[in-house]
Design a binder for this molecule. Structure first.
Ligand code: UDP
Length: 232
């Protein structure tokens, strides 16, 4: 792999607090990403917004407004994590699909690829810039646009299971599964729009648990303990 897109959920950044940021968690992610960057991997990052905002507060709220707040939450997350990366000695650039004044750069494929080629970590904040999408969709879209070799999906769960292990103690974890099977079996690896986008554009994923020590740093060491989601 030469170029990857790492997706972190917003909640993963909050640690046990479930909301806001846990500094130690973010610094540990930064340390691990630096291990990959030091090996010459080109790295981009998408972060969710769940540590700040989860959809509408009530049915009275308009969906588009709730989604705009969600997208802004992802901008806050990227600004915070990019700063944690700076502390860890990494250079970063935060891109958004809409203008955020001087806080971020307006996304373009060329600028993002140039940043990564220059050794910077490219953050894709603000989702797709459109309501009714998710950061999963933004992950699939950006990965395809920047011609990433794979999406690395860091989750609170350590891979893809045939049923929810929190509900079914006999749930079986896959070492490998195809995107076709993910779709057929309606497995919630990423949401449906993102699944189809990965399928159509032959974008593989590696799904793993963020909570396991060094799970990001070990990715290139052949110590992978999660699930490979393959394309035909
Ligand atoms: N969002 C959106 N369009 C996008 C990406 C995100 O409207 O292209 C909004 C949506 O409301 C979503 C929120 O931003 O609920 C945060 O993203 P997500 O729920 O994917 O975050 P995660 O659950 O991964 O922390």
């Amino acid at each position: 792999m030469k170029r990857i897109l790492l997706k972190l959920s917003g909640e993963a950044l909050a640690g046990d607090k479930k909301t806001g940021f846990d500094e130690a968690t973010c610094m540990d992610v930064a340390r691990q990403v630096k291990v990959l960057a030091d090996r010459g991997l080109q790295i981009s990052i998408v972060i969710g917004g769940g540590n700040f905002w989860r959809g509408r507060t009530s049915e009275n709220m308009e969906r588009t407004k709730a989604d705009q707040i969600g997208m802004l939450a992802t901008v806050m997350n990227c600004i915070y994590v990019a700063d944690a990366f700076r502390t860890a000695g990494l250079e970063t650039e935060v891109f958004t699909p809409f203008v955020c004044g001087s806080f971020t750069e307006l996304f373009s494929k060329d600028k993002a690829v140039k940043a990564m080629e220059d050794g910077k970590i490219a953050f894709f904040a603000g989702g797709t810039g459109h309501p009714y999408f998710s950061t999963d969709t933004a992950t699939a879209l950006r990965a395809v646009e920047i011609e990433a070799d794979a999406i690395l999906l860091a989750k609170s769960i350590d891979g893809v299971y045939d049923s929810d292990p929190a509900v079914n103690p006999d749930a079986k974890k896959y070492d490998t599964i195809s995107l076709d099977d993910v779709l057929d079996q309606k497995l919630a690896v990423v949401d449906l729009t993102a699944t189809i986008m990965c399928l159509e554009n032959k974008m593989p994923l590696a799904v793993f648990g963020l909570n396991e020590p060094d799970s990001i740093a070990d990715l290139l060491k052949g110590k992978f303990n999660g699930t490979y989601v393959t394309v035909k």
